[in-house]
Design a protein. Structure first.
Length: 312
């Protein structure tokens, strides 16, 4: 969830196009997928604010070696279905712009169920869905927050009001002030109860066992992939690490600070134990990451090549 209560700094813009001219390099064509790639932010996400990208340096790296990349803009806080409907409209726009018949969706955190919704209701537009640190079976941290905020209480009302102001500020700064914001809907969607309810309606790619693999190609014809990290503290210079270490204490399993390892599983699990925390998964906090782990940008490039080799 770099998109989650601490991705509280990352969420939505209307379609920022990084596609276009390709910078020649030794790796030209390495990430040149058949279908455009659409990156989908998580909770409190954005495309770019004051020169800072949610997917830091990732769109540019993919574009340089051949990919056509677009960044979606959906509500900073809202239900998976509402965000999914917003994403669907943007997918149709990408298809109209490019003339491509389908897209490859890559969703981080809450961006995963957002992308899954589109693939479930409009599979004809989606070649693949990739979940990065995705909340596919709920977050124990969201469960803690839901229990702490008693429905109808003054505490809940105060937190909702403050969160809505923050979400609207992010949206205004990223140029998307008209998108609706609903903090409680997002919290309910990210809880275990809300996620399991969502999975019953949109089951494609979801593993049948708690921590297994799902169908790599589901009955709707869409390919599903996932990867995630299981670390919280990864770089002493990263100021977000102490916060993610604290939130990670609420989990009973290995986690990235905001999502548990098994919850991230979707379709073909590429890897679920990178030494990355929730923000590292999108190369967050200016690209600081574990010195002895693969650069997150490289992981995205490798996956684009994987999609290319799959004919997607």
């Amino acid at each position: 969830m770099k998109g989650f209560f601490i991705s509280l700094l990352f969420a939505a813009t209307s379609l920022s196009v990084f596609a276009g001219s390709t910078v020649p390099s030794a790796n030209t064509g390495y990430t040149q997928t058949k279908y455009p790639i659409v990156l989908v932010h998580g909770l409190f996400g954005f495309d770019n604010i004051a020169g800072f990208d949610y997917f830091h340096a990732i769109p540019q790296a993919l574009t340089r070696s051949g990919a056509k990349v677009y960044i979606a803009q959906v509500s900073a806080v809202n239900s998976s279905e509402k965000r999914g409907e917003q994403l669907l409209r943007q997918v149709r726009r990408v298809l109209a712009i490019t003339g491509a018949p389908k897209v490859n969706l890559i969703g981080h955190s809450h961006g995963s169920p957002t992308s899954r919704y589109v693939a479930s209701v409009a599979p004809q537009y989606v070649a693949s869905v990739t979940s990065v640190g995705g909340v596919n079976k709920g977050s124990e941290f969201a469960d803690v927050m839901r229990k702490a905020l008693r429905p109808g209480s003054a505490g809940e009302a105060s937190v909702v009001a403050a969160t809505k102001v923050f979400a609207r500020l992010i949206s205004v700064l990223s140029g998307s002030s008209r998108l609706p914001q609903d903090p409680l809907a997002s919290l309910n969607s990210l809880s275990t109860k809300g996620s399991l309810k969502f999975n019953r309606k949109y089951p494609e790619g979801v593993p049948r066992s708690r921590c297994g693999n799902g169908d790599s190609r589901a009955s709707n014809g869409v390919y599903y992939y996932s990867w995630s990290g299981t670390s919280q503290v990864t770089n002493i210079l990263d100021l977000s690490d102490p916060v993610l270490f604290t939130t990670g204490l609420f989990f009973r399993e290995a986690n990235d600070g905001l999502v548990g390892r098994c919850s991230t599983h979707l379709g073909r699990v590429i890897r679920d134990n990178y030494r990355m925390n929730h923000l590292d998964e999108v190369n967050g906090f200016f690209g600081l990451h574990h010195l002895f782990e693969t650069d997150p940008v490289t992981v995205y490039r490798q996956h684009a090549n994987r999609l290319k080799q799959q004919g997607l």
